[in-house]
Unconditional design. Structure first.
Length: 331
């Protein structure tokens, strides 16, 4: 091997290490729930046991299983043309859970609505679940959401007793999209979200189904998000700042839309990478004018072949502006 080949190999190896370090940092920042595998404790409000006998631990604090914790992702995503905001909820389940009932509150008042144009999409934690009655894998839980008086109630359940993996790993439970009734520009500078209640029926006390929720951002400890990164336009239609939005929908199948804002015209690229930092497809490589832009990715690679389910990263470069986000493809 000559010195030129040796140098090229060193450069390639260093580039791979660099890309992997970027991916590691992005992953750490996106997934950061702290949920030790300790026992959860809840007041036992059952007056009767399943066999019909009086409950000897009624109104007592009892251990109900291993902790399950829920939190919000680090950002909201906005799509200017259809004026929506998407909030993702993460779960870390130290034991399998058979569903969830979650009440989600926000302080944006009537500016955000679920019933008027919102939707809910399952995350990876609700797909490919185990069915303990048949030792098979079913597709997913049923997911329902309804806007109540001042909050949205989301319920996930399975009539076949399917449960999550309970592997102590963090993942997305679901992605809840609200409609910004009067557009993104009408939203307050910050919006806070909190959970009024969280019920996670665990499986370790089988045949009992008891709540194993240990921690979550409640209405007295809400999580606030800045809405200035949602691509709000100035009066002349030029964005006020650079922005790379979260792809929508996410997770997606078979295609998704990536929106971004440029405040100056420049040579711009939008590239999709896999988890190893390998380029999968170049979605855009051209000089663009200032403004709001959208690109659709159909889940294909450079050769026109469908890529596998999994996590991918997309990177926008325009002049000195560089931004990266991740997305999830579920076939």
């Amino acid at each position: 091997m000559n010195s030129l080949d040796s140098n090229n190999m060193k450069i390639e190896k260093n580039m791979k290490r660099y890309l992997l370090s970027i991916i590691t940092l992005l992953t750490v920042n996106l997934y950061a729930l702290d949920c030790p595998s300790d026992s959860s404790y809840h007041t036992d409000l059952r007056t009767l046991l399943p066999n019909g006998s009086p409950n000897p631990t009624f109104n007592q604090l009892i251990a109900t299983g291993l902790c399950g914790c829920v939190g919000f992702t680090a950002e909201l995503s906005g799509i200017e043309e259809d004026s929506t905001l998407t909030l993702s909820l993460l779960i870390l389940d130290n034991e399998p859970v058979r569903g969830a009932q979650i009440d989600i509150y926000h302080d944006a008042g009537p500016a955000l609505s679920y019933d008027q144009g919102g939707n809910v999409v399952k995350g990876d934690k609700l797909e490919g679940l185990d069915d303990p009655t048949t030792s098979t894998v079913i597709e997913s839980m049923t997911l329902l959401a309804n806007e109540m008086d001042g909050y949205v109630r989301v319920m996930a359940y399975s009539t076949s007793r399917a449960n999550t993996a309970g592997d102590g790993m963090e993942g997305a439970l679901f992605h809840l999209t609200y409609k910004a009734i009067n557009g993104l520009a009408s939203l307050p500078a910050t919006i806070s979200f909190g959970l009024g209640s969280l019920d996670l029926p665990g499986t370790s006390m089988d045949p009992e189904i008891l709540n194993v929720a240990c921690s979550f951002p409640d209405t007295s400890n809400m999580v606030s998000f800045n809405t200035t990164n949602l691509g709000v336009m100035a009066e002349n239609g030029i964005p006020l700042q650079y922005n790379l939005s979260q792809n929508y929908p996410n997770p997606f199948n078979p295609s998704t839309k990536i929106s971004f804002d440029l405040i100056d015209g420049a040579k711009s690229t939008l590239i999709v990478y896999n988890l190893l930092g390998k380029k999968i497809n170049t979605l855009m490589n051209s000089t663009l004018n200032p403004g709001h832009h959208s690109i659709e990715w159909n889940g294909l690679d450079y050769n026109g072949q469908s890529v596998a389910s999994g996590v991918y990263f997309y990177e926008l470069r325009s002049g000195d502006y560089v931004a990266r986000k991740k997305m999830l493809l579920l076939r």
